[in-house]
Design a protein around this ligand. Structure first.
Ligand code: CP
Length: 315
């Protein structure tokens, strides 16, 4: 695997989930793979789970992780091509990336969508430069349009907790005060479309995701109708595609609460975290025994470790 970006990169999903199970059961069984090897984790944006779970996954594999906080403790990096660098950016990605690549064996990159230039974001301009200029395998740690480590952990969590072969999984938009990227819902939709689940997206009008990610999902504009009989509810906010990156609705009736959960099949609640309580989900739901947000976050180590393991095995 030269890069981890889309669900296709992981290959056969059943095999990947079986491998995740093995990694979770015996996390230190592959320590030899990472011996004398280094992963550099480049963060253009904040993180709690991705940073820590990636470091932990690397350590489990015997890899040395190095974290670089761009804009915090390095030179500010210019990401656009052909610009006159007369602003606050001291170094261009075209030099920085091959330098980073020369110090490591694997690279992970977090670079959120800017939400101002749809073409720049949806071309994955920053991540693609890492793939083109580093010469090393690159993992998206949430880039402009995808968050595959999160979606893999989400699917693995559903696999662990499902009680029927083909559960109903509902991803619902929920309100948030700020404009958020579409990466998490894009990847969740992409992975659910590839999995053996009955997948429904509940959203208000105007929040349609890019069709390449919606795939064969049923899109339902009535949240209560979508929730009927659901086995898993996955809540997330995202900003609109048109006008790009804007908040066009703050309807608090979409906050996931006991009212909606009552029509489900005693559904488990999922969210990638961080979550704004009583905006996205009520305290009652996230604190209930059906909430899986903590085991879901714990599985981020597993998904990251499977990806790094695969990359190391191919070296
Ligand atoms: N879910 C997730 O990616 O969390 P962080 O932003 O804290 O890494």
């Amino acid at each position: 695997m030269k890069s981890f970006f889309h669900v296709q990169d992981i290959g056969d999903l059943a095999k990947a989930l079986e491998e995740a199970k093995q990694v979770k059961a015996t996390p230190y069984a592959w320590q030899h793979l990472g011996k004398n090897k280094t992963i550099i984790l480049v963060f253009f944006n904040n993180s709690l789970r991705t940073r820590l779970s990636s470091q932990k996954a690397a350590l489990n594999l015997g890899l040395d992780p190095i974290v670089l906080n761009v804009n915090g403790d390095s030179w500010k990096l210019e990401t656009r091509m052909g610009v006159v660098m007369d602003g606050d950016k001291s170094e261009h990605l075209k030099e920085a990336i091959p330098v980073i690549g020369s110090y490591c064996d694997l690279i992970g990159v977090r670079s959120f969508a800017g939400l101002t230039d749809k073409e720049f974001d949806y071309n994955e301009t920053i991540l693609k430069q890492f793939i083109d200029y580093s010469g090393k395998p690159v993992i998206s740690l949430e880039s402009a349009t995808v968050h595959p480590c999160q979606a893999f952990a989400d699917l693995f969590t559903i696999e662990e907790y499902k009680t029927k072969k083909r559960p109903k999984v509902v991803m619902t938009w929920a309100p948030h005060p700020r404009a958020l990227p579409q990466a998490v819902p894009n990847s969740f939709a992409e992975w659910m479309n590839a999995a053996d689940v009955d997948f429904v997206i509940a959203q208000p009008e105007g929040y349609e995701l890019d069709p390449q990610f919606v795939g064969n999902a049923r899109v339902v504009y009535d949240q209560m109708e979508a929730f009927e009989g659901a086995d898993f509810v996955y809540a997330k906010n995202w900003s609109a595609m048109t006008p790009y990156g804007q908040v066009i609705n703050k309807d608090m009736s979409w906050t996931v609460g006991a009212r909606q959960m009552a029509v489900t099949n005693n559904a488990h609640f999922l969210h990638c975290l961080p979550v704004r309580r009583n905006m996205i989900v009520t305290d009652e739901v996230i604190d209930s025994p059906r909430s899986l947000v903590i085991p879901e976050a714990a599985n981020r180590v597993v998904s990251a470790q499977v990806v790094m393991k695969r990359m190391l095995e191919e070296m």
